[in-house]
Design a protein around this ligand. Structure first.
Ligand SMILES: Nc1ncnc2c1ncn2[C@@H]1O[C@H](COP(=O)(O)OP(=O)(O)OP(=O)(O)O)[C@@H](O)[C@H]1O
Ligand SMILES: [Mg+2]
Length: 358
């Protein structure tokens, strides 16, 4: 049953929405439940608007079913003509989020959408289209979408619905004169993508991205690390490692102390019994213990000195105590990498996600 849309009689056709967006220009965010047709409409808009000689940016804020850039990133490109959507489309800017879903990564997702929208503007885009994920329900969906709207300040919201399923996201903005709302109906031809199909789509995208990869070695002391306690504390000495190894009945290969926590990296297992003693020894700091293997196959962003993402990689190995991080990546400009941003999913070398429940 169509509760609200009929009442408001506000449903537009695709061309009407496109021409209203074309006349206003600016930023349009596309919202809808999973498989409602957001990406299909975004592609239609790029094709339609570029035919009108407009320069159109697409910000792909869906880190799972990515169109631009590999999964785990928000990609941006500016189009002056319609691209071949079935081919791999290059990305002008990337923002690594670190997961294939925005859940638990809201801040990074919102920051990424803002950075990519700004980058689109910097590249001269007259219209920027923001394609989003299907996370629209519950507190999480409301929070994510409202914060995105708040930060990018779109002048258009395109809502694609079967009925009134995302009216809860629109109603707060209805009285605002600055945002035009375009309601579109989900096509009856829309197909739903089951979980395993979504996963294999990601796997293909990862495979394409990592096809021509090489190994590169980064020295821990020379590079900034984000997304991990590693590299954020003062390195403990070889004598400290002997003490830690004895206390944990382990082979402690690296340790760092910070204001609130102590990070200990062990090779192989360890005994939990020693943790209480360590907590006392380190004046009640939190004791974080990682096994070296915890880092193996972790996805990582390769960022420049301004923390802009240049590419992504897979951590093949961290050698300790030498502090060498080996990363597999297709990125060429390795000398520009100043930061590694550790993500939260693991990939094997053929692009398959390991132990990722999403
Ligand atoms: N108007 C349409 N006509 C025919 N097929 C469509 C139409 N809109 C969408 N589809 C098909 O339905 C499927 C889902 O569409 P699409 O991927 O655009 O949805 P989405 O909202 O972007 O999904 P997601 O939540 O995964 O991002 C795709 O296979 C697409 O080809
Ligand atoms: Mg989509």
């Amino acid at each position: 049953m169509n509760l609200i849309i009929d009442k408001l009689a506000g449903v537009e056709g695709w061309e009407t929405a496109a021409s209203r967006i074309a006349s206003d220009k600016g930023v349009a965010i596309i919202l809808g439940a999973p498989d409602s047709g957001k990406t299909t409409f975004a592609r239609f808009l790029v094709d339609w608007l570029t035919k009108k000689q407009l320069s159109v940016a697409m910000v792909d804020a869906d880190m799972g079913q990515s169109t631009l850039g590999p999964p785990t990133t928000i990609g941006m490109n500016v189009f002056k003509s319609a691209p071949h959507w079935l081919e791999d489309i290059p990305c002008r800017s990337l923002h690594f989020v670190g997961s294939t879903s925005p859940e638990k990564h809201f801040i990074s997702t919102i920051v990424g959408v803002k950075k990519m929208t700004e980058s689109a503007l910097g590249c001269g885009a007259e219209i920027t289209l923001v394609d989003t994920s299907g996370l629209v329900y519950g507190n999480a969906g409301r929070l994510l979408k409202s914060q995105k709207i708040d930060i990018i300040k779109p002048n258009h919201i395109v809502a694609i619905q079967e009925s009134d399923e995302i009216e809860h996201l629109l109603l707060p903005y209805i009285k605002q004169n600055t945002i035009k709302i375009h309601r579109l109906m989900t096509s009856e031809d829309t197909k739903t993508k089951p979980k395993d199909q979504r996963r294999s789509y990601r796997e293909i995208k990862f495979q394409e991205y990592f096809r021509k990869s090489m190994r590169h070695r980064f020295v821990l002391g020379d590079i900034g690390i984000l997304g991990s306690f590693l590299g954020s504390g003062r390195k403990l000495s070889a004598n400290d490692l002997i003490f830690l190894s004895k206390t944990l009945d382990a082979n402690a290969v690296h340790a760092e102390i910070g204001f609130e926590e102590v990070l200990i990296i062990v090779k192989g297992g360890y005994s939990k019994e020693g943790i209480v003693k360590l907590k006392k020894h380190f004046l009640d700091r939190e004791i974080i213990i990682n096994e070296l293997d915890d880092f193996k196959f972790l996805i990582t962003g390769l960022n420049d000195e301004k923390n802009n993402t240049l590419g992504i990689g897979i951590i093949e190995e961290i050698e300790m105590p030498a502090g060498i991080i080996t990363v597999i990546t297709p990125l060429h400009d390795i000398e520009m990498v100043r930061m590694l941003h550790f993500g939260s999913i693991k990939l094997n070398l053929s692009g398959r996600e390991i132990n990722n429940k999403q």
